[in-house]
Design a protein around this ligand. Structure first.
Ligand code: PLP
Length: 389
């Protein structure tokens, strides 16, 4: 049996989504910028997808820039705002558990002369709102906090963060700081509305919601301006040059619509599987859950098995046909302790033990039962191995 429980890393492209893309590879393959019928056809479809996505995001008046990934959307948000508004201040804030595609641009901006503050999270992975409020000052031009964490699935109180930023904005009598939210892990999994969330910029990526890889988007609230990262043909309002991935954009819109159309039924199934896993593993004393389920996406279960490295669990499960992840970066075979677990107060040793199980709507109940049995067996195996040394 082959069981995929790594849906936070990527999801399979759904056949319906693939179907919607094929005509744009085989027939309507014109460059949307071309001034002939082939170009017009592609351009019309692209613009329809943009309108559809903006409606889904809850802000038809907003701007949507198509990018090549969630990573690119995050880079564009951070560099784009900082370079555009550098005359208003040189301070930015990012949370400690951000994805590397936010943390690395922040470090790069530090080298360019910006001051970067890291907003801490508590033991449960939630941002400390008082500390965040204290970090904001009149030099702050950008705050970037993710919607849900990719490793743990912990959901941040985005509306409350927006409120804090709004009051700082009012008291400083200027239009910054802006609020960027990396919603790569929540788009298609939670029904949200950018206006209710109170964000100014928001990133998402199609391959996380059963769309194609290599397609993402950056939403900008009306009136928010950025500097481009890529220069060239001037596509995407001059903010992201490069020939459009028309089929990718069509697939992204189709995938997001489908995810939201099926959201309630998928969530119900996933919630049940999540409950099955939690109630079985709660009985195993070596297994420790990292987060509180009520603060976490139901797709995510993050745990550690005492005294066993996450990588060992992942490799043993892989031998049994089950794909999970450790969540921490792996370079040349050596894994770093998870910066997310470290930020939550775990030791280096514990932060090497993280195991991330992420469910998707294409899983089945039999797969989850099989996984539970194999994991129970694996914990016994590691315990026995330890005791016999
Ligand atoms: N942000 C988060 C929270 C993610 O989980 C990921 C991917 O894992 C990204 C950004 C990057 O997205 P992409 O893989 O499309 O570059």
């Amino acid at each position: 049996m082959k069981i995929y429980l790594d849906h936070a890393a990527t999801t399979p492209l759904l056949p319906d989504v693939m179907e919607s893309m094929i005509p744009f590879y085989l027939h309507a393959y014109g460059n949307p910028e071309s001034l002939h019928q082939f170009g017009d056809h592609a351009s019309d479809a692209l613009e329809q997808s943009r309108i559809q996505l903006l409606h889904i995001l809850g802000d038809p008046e907003g701007k949507l820039i198509f990018t090549g990934s969630g990573t690119e959307a995050n880079n564009l948000a951070l560099f784009g705002i900082c370079r555009k508004y550098k005359n208003r201040g040189n301070h930015i804030i990012v949370s400690a558990t951000e994805h590397p595609s936010v943390l690395s641009p922040a470090l790069q901006l530090e080298k360019e002369g910006f001051r970067v503050s890291i907003a801490p999270v508590d033991r449960h992975g939630r941002i400390d709102l008082d500390q965040l409020q204290r970090l904001i000052n009149e030099d702050t031009i950008l705050v970037s906090v993710m919607h849900a964490n990719n490793e743990t699935g912990v959901i941040q109180p985005v509306e409350q963060i927006a409120e804090i930023i709004r009051s700082a904005r009012d008291s400083a009598a200027k239009k910054t700081p802006f609020f960027h939210c990396d919603a790569v892990q929540t788009t298609g999994k939670i029904r949200y509305n950018t206006q209710n969330l109170g964000v100014d910029l928001l990133s998402f990526s199609a391959h996380k919601f059963h769309g194609p890889k290599g397609t993402g988007g950056l939403y900008l609230r009306r009136g928010v301006h950025i500097q481009p990262l890529l220069f060239g043909g001037g596509q995407e309002y001059g903010l992201r040059s490069g020939t459009h991935n028309t089929a990718g954009v069509i697939g992204m819109a189709a995938a997001l619509k489908k995810s939201l159309d099926e959201l309630e039924s998928s969530r119900e199934k996933i919630r049940e599987w999540n409950r099955m896993i939690l109630s079985s593993f709660e009985k195993i004393k070596e297994i420790r859950f990292t987060c509180l389920p009520e603060l976490t996406l139901e797709t995510h279960i993050h745990l550690r098995v005492e005294k066993v490295e996450g990588q060992a669990i992942m490799q043993e499960l892989s031998k049994r046909g089950i794909a999970v992840s450790t969540g921490s970066a792996c370079h040349a075979g050596k894994s770093d302790p998870s910066h997310v677990m470290k930020a939550m107060g775990y030791s280096d040793e514990e932060a090497h033990q993280g195991v991330r199980i992420t469910l998707g709507k294409t899983n089945t109940c039999e797969q989850i039962e099989y996984f539970i049995r194999e994991m129970e067996d694996l914990v016994r195996y590691f315990k026995h191995r330890r005791l016999s040394y």
